[in-house]
Design a protein around this ligand. Sequence first.
Ligand code: AP5
Length: 210
Amino acid sequence: MDGSIDGSIVLFGPPGAGKGTQAGRIVKLTGKPAVSTGDILRAAVVAGTDLGMSAKGFMDVGELVPDEVIIGLIAERLEADDAVRGVLFDGYPRTIAQAESLENVAKVSNVISIEVPDDEIVERIVGRRMDPETGDIYHIKFKPASNKIQSRLIQRKDDNESTVRNRLAAYHVQTAPLADWYDERGLLSRVDGTRSIADVGNDIASKLST
Ligand code: AP5
């Protein structure tokens, strides 16, 4: 395919930085579909597919799923009609090998790095709750859900303190070097992710419009 899909955006950052939270607004702004490797993998685990079975063990302990599994998954997703004008990647690529492979199938125009220090990440992840009906993301303190939907919210299996520490370690060793990799290519914009959800979103929107 050789980089045939133009104009994709990468949302980059540590676990809990707010990638999923901001993705909805960027989808509305750009019209590009969100492609979250984490969501695709979790759906595969629930469906009990071969992909899900090979990914589950890694996800449960907070390690990255092997590159060859992820690269195959993305190649298949980018075959869909809605990917033709580029997509919003959430949580992909996460290694230099994934980024190099992506260059063969899609051209990235912007990489938004949402930056949050480790000590804030653990509180965000442990307090995160998900709405299984809508996919909406909440937080018990920072973004509480209404009373009406409280009872149906779930907590991700990997959202516990020990797994978060492993996910952060994987991020620093395997994923963080990608920021410099994209910076060297003139594609990286850094966003301070410690502000309110609205302020982070406004900053991302302004970076995408310039
Ligand atoms: P994945 O699902 O991608 O998880 P992640 O990268 O760890 O990211 P999260 O979903 O935890 O965080 P987020 O940045 O989306 O934060 P959110 O918006 O929810 O991956 C899961 C696993 O799948 C990996 O561990 C790995 O095993 C595997 N995997 C996936 N992709 C892979 C790949 N490419 N290669 C290999 N393996 C892969 O926000 C977090 C919380 O904070 C929420 O409660 C939210 O309400 C709150 N919040 C958000 N913004 C703010 C703010 N500004 N202020 C206060 N609170 C906020």
